[in-house]
Design a protein around this ligand. Sequence first.
Ligand code: BG6
Length: 485
Amino acid sequence: IPVDPFDLVVVGATGDLGRRKILPALFRRFCAGQMPKGARVIGAARSDMSQDAFCDLVADAVREFSPKQAGEPGMLDGFLACVDYQRIDARGSKGWEALAAKLTPGRVRAFYFSVGPSLFGDLARRIREFGLVSDLTRIVVEKPFGHDLASARALNATLAEQFDESEIYRIDHYLGKETVQNLMAVRFGNMLFEPLWNSQYVDHIQITVAESVGVGGRGDYYDRAGAMRDMVQNHLMQLLCLIAMEPPAKFEPDAVRDEKLKVIRALDAMSPHHIVRGQYVADPAVPAGTDGPLGYRDEVGNPRSTTESYIALKAHISNWRWAGTPFYLRTGKRLVARSSVINVMFKDAPHSIFGADAGRHANTLTIRLQPNEGITLHVTIKEPGPGGMRLVDVPLDMSFAEALGPDGRDPADAYERLIMDVIRGNQTLFMRGDEVEEAWAWTDPVIAGWQSRGDVPKPYVIGTTGPVDADLLMKRDGRGWRGIN
Ligand code: BG6
């Protein structure tokens, strides 16, 4: 559905996020016919760059990250015609009047802060001071949204000085993923699951976000963050909320966000015995001096780092629906595969009429977020053949690519959806300030505990499923992780 012409100012457009995600996402929306003629994408940064040089940067980014669409005749030139550049000084006054002159009255004007949070306050003040605000102003900010509760509160307060909460769009790109939204469709669009979606029928839930990549060029940031701040406080927390929340009355921003907030507030304080931290080490089978991937400490250049690149934890939600059903979460880098999966593990049938020898298999609902997006329901049937009543577990498997054809195979990227939601003014898939703060309020004491105890993460070898202790976390409860692949 096309949107009305808009002005989108990408502050920090020349940075990594701008090049990899924001500009290619806008380009793909342009190719899909969703960006109307006359819409403007205005890059704003402190580099003294000509309009042509910026267009070259955009063209390179688009060719690298959207090669298919960039090859379609006329598309790239058409998109570049919408692109503009303005040098600005976030901390001073340079460039702001010129930027104001480039904005068209009466249309949505969104400012995407693709810069470090230390600049949010200055940018917000400049936008107001130089009269860039209108009735249709939207401010988009990226994670990391704070480093802890105090810094997140300070950021929220800084933004709140200039803008109303209804104008602020905090991106968690996991919420823009097609399959993450499908969680809500599966839960609330079917009669089948919701009656069973509680501690009476669900034994436990596993949420795995495994990555095969390491920290790459982001070592500096990551070593100060670690998996808890980088992934759990935001992406995994959002998945947990969508899985655990009560049905909102409507698929509307505050209705959904109110329910998510209640989940975070109902989380029990974490016990240190329910958390395993890990840090990847080089594979000892790869001889030193050869080209195998580096261990975490070598990769970030901090030989004594105690930052976790992996975390597994058991969380409890103390409310009527979930009391007694643990949620096991794990995420890590340099694991055996890239795979984000949620497994809803149902309880055993209360009684087996077939006797102990027939075997028993509890049902599992597996939601594959990426890759091979789809859903599998494991059900129990009779093993074929004349051997009597023996039970086997078989998958009812649905791959989005097969079921939905081209739309399922090539879902829109999270950023495409989220940027267009900003333009439409739909905040449903964006985090509200109080959600972010509550999530920090839950993670802060855990991190403080590690610091005060001098906790050192357990080593795990690159390409494995993580530290052995994470398996023990499950084993102690008589359970086991489902495979990562
Ligand atoms: C980012 C984290 O928010 O999400 C990265 O900072 C992580 O460390 C990335 O690699 C994972 O996103 P995706 O979409 O590749 O699963």
